[in-house]
Design a protein around this ligand. Sequence first.
Ligand code: UDP
Ligand code: MG
Length: 156
Amino acid sequence: MKEETTLIIMKPDAVLRNLLGEIVSRFERKGLKIVGMKMVKLEDTLLENHYSHLKDKPFFESLKNYMQSSPVIVMALSGVNAISATRLIVGPTKGYEADAGSIRGDLSISGQTNIVHASDSPETAKEELERFFSKDELFNYDRLDLDFIYGEDERE
Ligand code: UDP
Ligand code: MG
């Protein structure tokens, strides 16, 4: 089984709209394990590195303003196939195109203020976890409900 860790950012609209508990709860109930979590202010350099693939886009300045409009919560989530499973829970980029049931589909109607960020591949997950967390900020423990979360043949 492929145990993975992925990076989530609960963006300023999640913080300012009081949606943090709602979002954390969805990941918890799915069976993903929170192995790191903290509140940070996204400074210019950090944000420019995180969104370097978008730096030439016309919306880059507005994206920066949005992402700096309040502190954000960064979270590391672990589980089997956590990276792709998390992207499915989050939904596609534009809230107005996202299926009901996904976080963006249920909580966002915008192409920019879309509540959460989630790593989109093993490569970006590794890079983003290193960008936001030091080693001693990530923890290893077993959830008590592990026997019910995975089938016997899916456990390590
Ligand atoms: N974004 C935007 N306008 C666009 C496309 C994206 O403001 O036309 C913002 C949006 O907040 C998105 C982020 O830039 O979540 C990163 O874009 P990406 O294509 O990586 O989407 P994601 O991986 O977040 O789904
Ligand atoms: Mg992306």
